[in-house]
Design a protein around this ligand. Sequence first.
Ligand code: NAP
Length: 527
Amino acid sequence: MYALRKLRDELGMDVHVVERGEDVGGTWYWNRYPGARCDAESIFYSYSFDADLQQEWTWTERFATQPEILDYCRHVADRFDLRRDITFGDSVVGAVFDESDDRWTVRLESGGVRRARFLVTAVGCLAASPRVPDVPGLDDFAGATYHTGRWPHEGVDFTGLRVAVIGTGSSGIQVIPEIAKQAAALTVFQRTPSYSVPARNRVFAEDEIARLKREYPALRAEARQTGGGSVLPLPPGKAGDLSPEQQRAELRKRWELGGPGYMFAFADSMVDEKANAVAADFVREQIREIVRDQDVARLLCPTTYPIGAKRICVDTDYYATYNRDNVTLVDVSGSPIERVTPKGLEVGGHVHEVDAIVFATGYDAMTGPLLQLGLRGVGGRTLAEKWAAGPRTYLGLATADFPNLFMITAPGSPSVLTNMVASAEQHVDWIAAHLEALRAAGATRVEAEVEAEDAWVEQVNTAASFTLFPQGNSWYIGANVPGKPRVFMPYVGGYALYGQQIDEVARDGYRGFRRNAVLEKGERPGG
Ligand code: NAP
């Protein structure tokens, strides 16, 4: 939405957006499951590009709910009159770069075709590609099945039903407490426990949100200097600089404060195993304290990977939900779900009978949404062929041999390790400035150089190798999709440092990009 606003209204370009959903909102359009809520704070997880928009919208809670974020997206679409340039309810099924005239030909599911000089992908990192595990017998199941990322718009009433939830990542952790309140019985199938910290969400008092709005310019400026694109309390130092008592006090303070800031208790939480272990131990301690049945608590305690190496979860009453009489935890780490029968899920020869199954089983993350576009670059080569051994990008913004293609929050950029709205704005601003420079130069073709891309990929890999991130079998690394190449995909450099790096590239005349010569007189480059 910001790309449309910026390129159309500020740069005067002809822009057309294709959107699979029937309305704006992206991930917040699809993820309507009960409990869906952002784990970045609402005042930062919102656009900063327009001061008036910022002042006129009033967030009601510290962590906004899915319906409120969707309302916000609709408001933005209306306010800037965006819908007139969006085709809704259609999908891109193929896009081919035509070298004879430096244009993309984009094919739509409806049969429509669009031609464009430049193609910008804004497909997100997770939303377009929900995964349902390949468990035999799924079609035989007599009850209803759902995926958190494709939740029915009319909602689901689980009253009186026996429900299974498969998956305990961020989505599972949000949906489980809500279904538990409604269903007759809830059985959770857990393969890997997550580390989860309490959100401690709250409704904003009127004077608090008024104060935050007054402080917005300073807050946004401060957020731009951070690694994550949101202002969180700074760590007091490395774990080793603190006594065990000081470490505990810091962790306790952050646990009570709630939210993902827990991960920043120590400056070295994600690079030093000992520091990480202190933060992880504290969470396990809380789990054992909250959950009454110690056998269940033991299963809920993650032990096989560092905290943060799979994305930290933020919850409301998740662990306490296992104290309810109607909730059962089934550990499938050693003995997987063997099959789905008409009546339920079979594990270790025993069928757990249920009326409905909720898949909170995640996504073919980061590369999935891009590969689904069916992109073909120079010589007809597909992106899937180019990325067969893992994604390769220059700056997470472009990929060699795919000219005139820019990608918002693609692999190789900080993306999912940051506040996605801030990172999307950062990318749109950079892409817009680049397109403007191309227009000014009269260039019709631009592409990343292979050498620049190779060096960037190397830098992204090296940076990750200094951290504990690659130690989790997470979607960050493609480990959740059988057969997917294992490459740590986001850039750990963080929002602010990465911003400086891409700005330097721009200042150096878009170093690492090659563009063609000047246009014939009268031709328009920017269409
Ligand atoms: P996810 O983090 O990939 O979690 C998927 C879960 O399903 C994992 O627990 C996984 O276990 C399990 N699973 C997959 N296949 C399975 C199988 N065959 N049998 C048993 N368990 C299976 O997906 P997600 O929870 O949808 O979250 C994805 C990302 O979306 C998050 O990390 C976050 O970035 C974003 N998100 C954000 C929010 C928020 O802002 N609050 C909410 C939801 C999602 P394994 O770990 O063993 O693979």
